[in-house]
Design a protein around this ligand. Structure first.
Ligand SMILES: C[C@@H](C(=O)O)C(=O)SCCNC(=O)CCNC(=O)[C@H](O)C(C)(C)COP(=O)(O)OP(=O)(O)OC[C@H]1O[C@@H](n2cnc3c(N)ncnc32)[C@H](O)[C@@H]1OP(=O)(O)O
Ligand SMILES: [Co+2]
Length: 134
């Protein structure tokens, strides 16, 4: 069901410092920061030849990454995003097998203007999973 690795996301306490480290230290190609108000985060993508790294910074009072950064004040790997062909079919299969789909269970439009859903980290061995329909 899952296809390519779309991105690995890292929550960071200082977005400018993280961008500078990736751009200058690692020589990475970095996109402009964009606010994702529906998701409570500001994101920057690091474009690698075979995948992307998403740097996440909290946006607004109810950001879903606020608790994570409180527990991991230096930052940390927050989620991995797999591509799927049919997100509703993937959701329904996972739900039928007992996995918890986060939020209201309906896909939201993600940072690439495509539908995304999140799956509870406790159902996937401690890793928060994002599915993106590509
Ligand atoms: C823009 C878009 C895109 O790419 O297109 C994005 O990525 S938006 C990316 C941001 N959006 C999201 O993350 C949306 C989905 N996330 C959520 O709904 C939430 O963040 C949850 C994953 C449910 C966590 O919520 P919250 O922090 O309130 O819960 P909590 O602190 O009580 O955590 C419950 C348990 O899960 C663990 N836990 C929490 N976040 C985790 C993570 N990212 N990875 C692994 N484990 C995690 C906690 O340590 C805790 O375990 P213990 O009980 O053992 O201590
Ligand atoms: Co993501």
């Amino acid at each position: 069901m899952i296809g390519r690795l779309n991105h690995v996301a890292i929550a960071v306490p200082d977005l400018e410092a993280a961008v500078a480290q990736y751009r200058n230290g690692l020589g990475a190609k970095v996109t402009e920061a964009t606010d994702q108000p529906d998701h409570g985060v500001t994101v920057v993508f690091i474009e690698l030849p075979n995948t992307k790294i998403e740097l996440l910074y909290p946006l607004g009072e109810n950001s879903p990454i606020r608790n994570f950064l409180e527990k991991n004040p230096s930052g940390g790997i927050h989620h991995i995003c797999y591509e799927v062909d049919d997100i509703l079919a993937a959701r329904d299969k996972l739900k039928a097998e007992g996995a918890r789909v986060l939020g209201d269970g309906e896909p939201k439009i993600g940072a690439h203007n495509k539908p995304v859903l999140f799956l509870h980290p406790k159902d996937f061995f401690g890793t928060l999973i994002e599915l993106e329909q590509c």
